[in-house]
Structure formats: structure tokens, C-alpha cells
Design a protein around this ligand. Sequence first.
Ligand SMILES: Cc1cc2nc3c(=O)[nH]c(=O)nc-3n(C[C@H](O)[C@H](O)[C@H](O)COP(=O)(O)OP(=O)(O)OC[C@H]3O[C@@H](n4cnc5c(N)ncnc54)[C@H](O)[C@@H]3O)c2cc1C
Length: 503
Amino acid sequence: MPPRTTLPADVSSTSFARALGELRGVVGAAYVLAEDEQLVPYRKLMIPAAEEDHQPSGAILPASVQHVQGVLSVCNRYKIPVWPISTGRNLGYGSAAPATSGQLILDLKRMDRILEVDPVLCTALVEPGVTYQQLHDYLRDRNIALWLDFPGDGPLVGPLGNTLERGTGSTPYGDHFAECCGMEVVLADGRVLRTGMGSLPRSASWQVFKYGYGPYLDGLFTQSNFAVVTKLGLWLMPAPVAYRTLLVQYPDDQGLAKGVETARPLRLSGTIRNPCRLSNATWMLTAFMRRAELYQGSGPVPDDVILAAARQHGIAPWSLTFTLYGTPEQIAPSLDIATRAFESSGAQIVTDYHDGSQANELNLSSFSLLNWVGGGGLVWLAPVSPARGSDAVRQRDIAKSILSMHGMDYLAAPTVYGRDLHHLTAVLFDHGDPQALERARACFRDLATTFADNGYGLHRVGVDFMDEVARTYGETRRDVNRALKRALDPNGILAPGKSGIHR
Ligand SMILES: Cc1cc2nc3c(=O)[nH]c(=O)nc-3n(C[C@H](O)[C@H](O)[C@H](O)COP(=O)(O)OP(=O)(O)OC[C@H]3O[C@@H](n4cnc5c(N)ncnc54)[C@H](O)[C@@H]3O)c2cc1C
């Protein structure tokens, strides 16, 4: 069993108790959690990491910017690190757990106000605890014709945390950082900065123009530990008059390269405006069955077994989905161009497919992925490559051979965003089985290292691999991050270890 009270490094139990007392004065006694059982939700990992390496020392739940400032002031004095979370469900990346043990979770879920929605300019301003479901309901209840773009676990999570991780979705607004505009952040010393046009007193344009004047700072507050973000501006998609989702099915393994080569020019020309997600047969099968129903042998499920089961469910070796949005008059020519392009690459097309994630329908269907193995273990891997068929095939070969070496299945959804492709891969395992957990960990390490050695870096990673992945991007980049960290957070109290950034 991991130790149950984990003190911050170099802080005595007396100092810690005193700090907790002061924090109770700031946020109220009920919102300082330090008992074992209160911390259970912050310990669940999902990823193949050791719990004892990611133990929180407590959790603080502020309800306002003033509370956040008060918490940071106490933590600076006692040199106690805090790990900010918004909805705290970073599933497959470490959930709510900190990168290193001994941090206080700064849980911002009580700050959950939708501060503004402008139906004319199609913008919103939200606090960290706002969920996609909450925003979705808000728009529906007021008949505001705006769509949301959300991740697969949309109903449970929120736009602020997801955007700070540079998360992705499935509509034309799928690059979440690209579709945000203006942040409010609390710096480690308690000062409040509004980025972009927000720094201007009485600014009228905070949510409509990103850059303001001088260096564009917003990127500094994503995947980083330079501030606590307390508000985020969002751009929302005007609900289209019509849309049409298509399923492209390739009859063999060549479909991966062909799908990428066909999707890229259609994305770059704007014929297709949303990300083109390819899925292999195993990924698609998870919606219908569990692995154990198909195969009980050791090692990965053999390809012929997968393909036979896929055929029974009408699933192709490689599938690709996308949606056309607009008026019927706009959709018709794009449908014609895209259909002809995919058909001449050897695919069959289903022109009336349904995928809620591409059409503002929140649901939890993507969780079926976790049933494949069972036992709740998941870690995501998404190496980035140029959107070329040859790169996608090379990535598949790397992933498949390493996964198979560790006895695991290849479940992949390589997605063409434009010029870039993210080879999204789910490493699934039984979290309750220590051997399976160890295998998944070793497998992930091999995958991350081999992809980086081949020039395919990871763009997002769980709390247990942040240092390793940061190292793959080189020393100069780490030095610059360190210099920024020392300038903005000299005591290093904000999320030490986030993205491999330390003081
Ligand atoms: C089935 C399934 C499907 C998924 N599909 C997708 C998908 O399609 N796209 C995708 O992107 N992800 C996906 N995920 C991964 C993940 O669950 C989501 O990205 C989720 O949105 C992240 O959790 P959150 O929004 O609760 O963020 P949080 O956990 O609140 O935040 C994430 C991290 O951001 C930082 N942070 C958060 N808030 C602040 C703040 N206020 N100030 C400073 N730093 C902060 C912290 O480091 C924190 O750990 C999926 C996971 C599962 C299990």
C-alpha cells in the first residue's frame, strides 16, 4: 500500500499542518481535503504508473479568483507545490494525479460559471469547472444555435482543462487551442493577467481578437506550469443548416496509406473541414465485442481473427469518417468531389453514416474502447507525423511490432488534421493485474522512445512520462522552459514536473 499522508518535499509535518490551517481560513474548512478517503478520487490513475509516485498531499477547492490568490500566497510562504486541475478527468494521461508526489491538488471545479455567451459573435467565456455538458445544456435551453466541439469523453470533462492540454475533437473546431480566444491567469505571485485584448481596461474585444499587442502569450499557459488559468474565451461553431457524415471503407491494409493520401488534399483545399479520422478494424470492433469473446490465446489477437470478426459486423480493415457542413447547396459539390476522390482510391462509401461527435451530440460511446480488455487500464499515445501515407504506414509498423512484442493489440485511430497526422493509439490493459500493468508500462516506454528516435514526437503525455518526453525535445527547449519557470514562479510552487518543467 502506498503511504497515505504524503508531505510536500522539504516541508515538515508541523509547517504543513499550519499551512492547512491558513488555507482553511482562505477557502473554508470544508474545502481543504486532507483525509485519506477524501483524496481517493485524486489517486485513480488509469495509466500504468505506480500510485506512490503520484500521491497528492491534499486538495484545496477555491471558489473564486481571490481564493486562488490567497492559496498561492500561503503556498509561496510555505513552499508547498499545487497541481491545478479544472474538471480533473485527464483520462489516459494521469486523471487528476500530480506529476510528482507531495503536491496539493488545486481543484477548480467549484469555479463553474458560464460567464458569457455571445450568440452573434459566437463566443463564450467560461470558468475552469464548466463541463461541455453544462455548456451544451445552456445553449440548448436558450435556443442558441451554436455547436460545441468536444473530446470523446465530452459530457464528463470541460473546455478549459481540455484546451490547456491542447486537446482535440471531431468538428471543424477540433483543434481546441486554435479555437480559444483570451485567458485570465493568476500568476504565482498572485497578480492577475488577462491575455490578448483582455489587458486593455474596458476591453470590448477580449473574446474576438487573440493577439492584442506585443508577444502572443496564450501558448505559454498550455501544457505548462507558469500560471493558474481562471477564465478562458472560446469560439463556438454556428450550427450548420445541414450536414452529412460519410464512412469510407477500405477493403485491405493498403487503406491506411490511401486514406491519408486522399484525405490530406481534401482537408488542405477546405473541401473537408473537419479532421479525417481513420480507424483500424480492432478499434471499430470495440463497439461490438470484448477481446475475450474472440480470442483467449497469448499475445495479440491474430489479424485473421480480427478480420473475420470485423467482416461479420460490416467493419472494413480501415475505415475513415468525415462530415460535410453547410447548406445543402454547399454540401452537394463537396460531396461529389470527396466521394469521387475516395472511390478512385479504392474505397466504398456509406453516405449516411452517423457519428455524434461530429455533430454536437454528446455521449459516452467512446468508452466502449475500455471494454475490449477490461480492468480500466488505458494510456494514450499520439506520435505526430507529416500527413503522408508513407509516414502513417511506418508509424503503424513501429506501433504494431512493439505492441505485439509486449503481447498487446494495436488499436489505432490515425487522424489527418491537415498537414499533420496524429497516430492516436490506445494501449489497453487490466489495471488491477500488476503484471499487465508492468507490461503496459514497458510497452509504452518502448513505443515513446522508438517513435522519438524515428522523428515522431509525442504531443501530449501522461504524468508518468513527462520528463522522458521533454528530454526527447532537447536541452535548449528545456533550458528556455526552465528560464521562464524561474521568472514566473521563482519558488516553483506551480505543478512541478508538468510537461517535464522544473524550476
Ligand atoms: C474514452 C476517452 C475518450 C477521450 N477522447 C479524447 C478526445 O477525443 N480528445 C482529447 O483531447 N482527449 C480525449 N480524452 C482524454 C481526456 O480525458 C480529455 O482530454 C479530458 O478533456 C481532459 O480532462 P479535463 O478536461 O478534466 O482536464 P483537467 O484534468 O482538468 O486538466 C488537464 C491538465 O491541464 C492542466 N490544467 C487544468 N486546469 C488548469 C488550470 N486551470 N490552470 C493551469 N493548468 C491547468 C493540469 O496539468 C491538468 O492535469 C479521452 C479519454 C477517454 C477515457
